[in-house]
Design a protein around this ligand. Sequence first.
Ligand code: FMN
Length: 220
Amino acid sequence: MPTKQDIISAFQFRHACKQFDPAKTICDEDFDFILETARLSPSSFGFEPWHFLIIQNQDLRTKLMKVVWGAQGTLPTASHFVAMLYRKDDMRFDSTYLADFMRNIQKLPEEIIEKKKAKYQKFQATDFNLLDNPRHMHDWAGKQIYIALGNMMTAAAMIGIDSCPIEGFDIAETEAVLSEAGVLDSNKMGLAVMVAFGYRTNPQLVKTRQTQEQIISWIR
Ligand SMILES: Cc1cc2nc3c(=O)[nH]c(=O)nc-3n(C[C@H](O)[C@H](O)[C@H](O)COP(=O)(O)O)c2cc1C
């Protein structure tokens, strides 16, 4: 097992790397390791509302440069560039996608599927009030993508790979670029966030954070 110090060192090593060394490529084994931490990430009810586009095509990256203002240094230099998508109506309690998912992926028996569906319906309809506005559903699905995002960046840092999370884009324009390229069906999926991976060229800045006392309250 890595030591606590190993893990904290990885958290210190990870920073929003604004520019990568374009001459350095992450090897397949290491990138597959990063992807595996996304795949194993937890999600609400275990429904995995995600899909990951690994954008290695330079032509598409150039098109994205026009709309992704937060990745001007990373899009052209990243070894690997990932657009993290969330599923839309597939995530509704009554979708055939989820019924199939519970049956084929989660391998649940029919009576459990019915119970889980009823619980999930209450969760979506009243607990989290997700059904009255598609935006609520999309934001809720999108939130879970960020769990995979965090895991991927931490895992990368633990093996000495740099990353930068990216929300600096116009969602509609960026989805349009991906749709025109034929890699996004915007009726079914939306863009939550992106993340670039590679190897730094510049030293990282000193990390600034509030203290634990400023952000944590213990209720005993
Ligand atoms: C969800 C999210 C979106 C971000 N979007 C961008 C971005 O578009 N471009 C960028 O250069 N940095 C982006 N950042 C990086 C943050 O600015 C950075 O994480 C923060 O300032 C803390 O610095 P550190 O990560 O180097 O410790 C983003 C971070 C997060 C978590």
